[in-house]
Design a protein around this ligand. Structure first.
Ligand SMILES: *Cc1c(COP(=O)(O)O)cnc(C)c1O
Length: 382
């Protein structure tokens, strides 16, 4: 009884150029595992982000895992991570047997609070258990307060892994998102701003480190004709076919950012002046790719909760979702330390309680978006 074509939060949007790169790989029989598309996509990513090197892998999650390995994170080590994120930011901490410590958000970007981070680091130093790394997430395309966060991390000499899985194409003070930490991570999962059907990348200015990442990602084979291994490796490398999709997608990345921002503008024009609705802010001197349009809705003022909006949209075959459920509220992270923005003020709890992500696909039609807006308008003020 499908009423109409489903409208997704964010679905794959091909450029039409992907097939050309895949065909090339077939013509050369460069199907597996590496090849010119892998090299090409790595070059495209490094050039686009103005960074020295990029290594493409099977997922954003595997890229985070490699970053932790490169930073020598071992069992029992502490790793700090944004609490308000998708679980993939933090799962690799567990892969290493390390201990996550979760840091709250602040309201200006919805990302890691420099105040909470400072408090957590001071306490860790006093207890003699400073973390091996801090994983900073850029939620829904918006960069975290990288200057403030970097200053705090530098003070304690802790390397940053920037989880830019959602913020490819965004900028912070003119510099590309994902290039602020020792390592940056991108994802090409199916719902991200560009996709390879599944994939990710690790970027860094440290070419030697990325050489090591490629080594670890291909089963850590030592230099020898026979198969010899002295370290634990993984099978994490992106295939040449998948990388072909990525090359076709990179050609339209800036176009996709512009389209996402138009989607945001339309929602903003519809609800920017509605009492009780606040859009995720765009910090001064930053440009968000607006991967997803996210907002908070206060039912005491608007008369409708985000749950009601989500279910009404679902009845019309339209996907909308709450903001990520913070890690400190997940059963998986029971007993994990969590640092609120301020004592008694957990910003990520607030954002989860009221936050809503609206369908933001770049291939969503104007009519479809207008329908979303009409449905929400019909619920407001009831
Ligand atoms: C999508 C995502 C990831 C993981 O990327 P995969 O390619 O799906 O493994 C990591 N962190 C965040 C914040 C994400 O949104």
């Amino acid at each position: 009884m499908q009423k109409q074509k489903r409208v997704f939060l964010s679905s794959p949007h091909m450029s039409g150029k992907e097939q050309k790169y895949i065909q090339e790989a077939f013509d050369l029989n460069w199907i597996a595992p590496l090849g010119n598309n892998v090299d090409g996509l790595e070059n495209d990513l490094a050039e686009y982000n103005n960074i020295k090197d990029a290594a493409v892998v099977v997922s954003g999650t595997s890229a985070i895992h490699l970053a932790l390995r490169l930073l020598d994170v071992k069992a029992g080590d502490n790793v700090f991570c944004s609490s308000l994120t998708f679980v993939a930011s933090a799962n690799p901490i567990f892969y290493q047997g390390a201990i996550p410590v979760l840091i709250d958000s602040e309201m200006d970007t919805w990302n890691m609070s420099p105040v909470a981070l400072e408090r957590a680091l001071t306490e860790a130093r006093n207890n003699g258990n400073l973390p091996k790394a801090v994983i900073i997430v850029n939620l829904y395309g918006q960069s975290a307060k990288m200057d403030e966060l970097s200053t705090v991390c530098e003070k304690y000499n802790i390397p940053i892994i920037e989880d830019a899985a959602e913020s490819l194409g965004s900028t912070y003070k003119g510099k590309k998102s994902g290039t602020f930490g020792k390592y940056g991570v991108f994802s090409f999962n199916g719902n991200k701003i560009i996709t390879t059907s599944g994939g990710g990348a690790l970027v860094s200015d440290d070419k030697e480190a990325l050489k090591k990442a490629r080594f670890l990602a291909t089963q850590a084979r030592d230099q020898a004709v026979h198969y010899q291994h002295s370290e634990i490796g993984y099978n994490y490398r992106m295939s040449n076919i998948v990388a072909g999709i990525g090359r076709g997608q990179m050609e339209v990345l800036d176009e996709r950012v512009a389209q996402k921002r138009v989607v945001f503008e339309r929602y903003y024009n519809a609800f920017g002046n509605t009492d009780g609705i606040e859009f995720q802010p765009e910090l001064e001197q930053t440009i968000s790719n607006r991967w997803l349009t996210a907002l908070t809705i206060n039912p005491k003022v608007t008369g409708v909760s985000h749950h009601e909006i989500i279910s009404r949209l679902a009845e019309n075959n339209i996907e909308a979702r709450p903001v990520w459920k913070p890690m400190h509220l997940q059963p998986l992270f029971e007993n994990v330390k969590y640092y609120q923005h301020e004592e008694g003020n957990s910003v990520s709890d607030y954002l989860f309680e009221y936050g809503l992500c609206l369908p933001s696909g770049t291939n969503m039609s104007l009519e479809e978006q207008e329908q979303v807006i009409e449905i929400i308008k019909s619920l407001l003020g009831k």
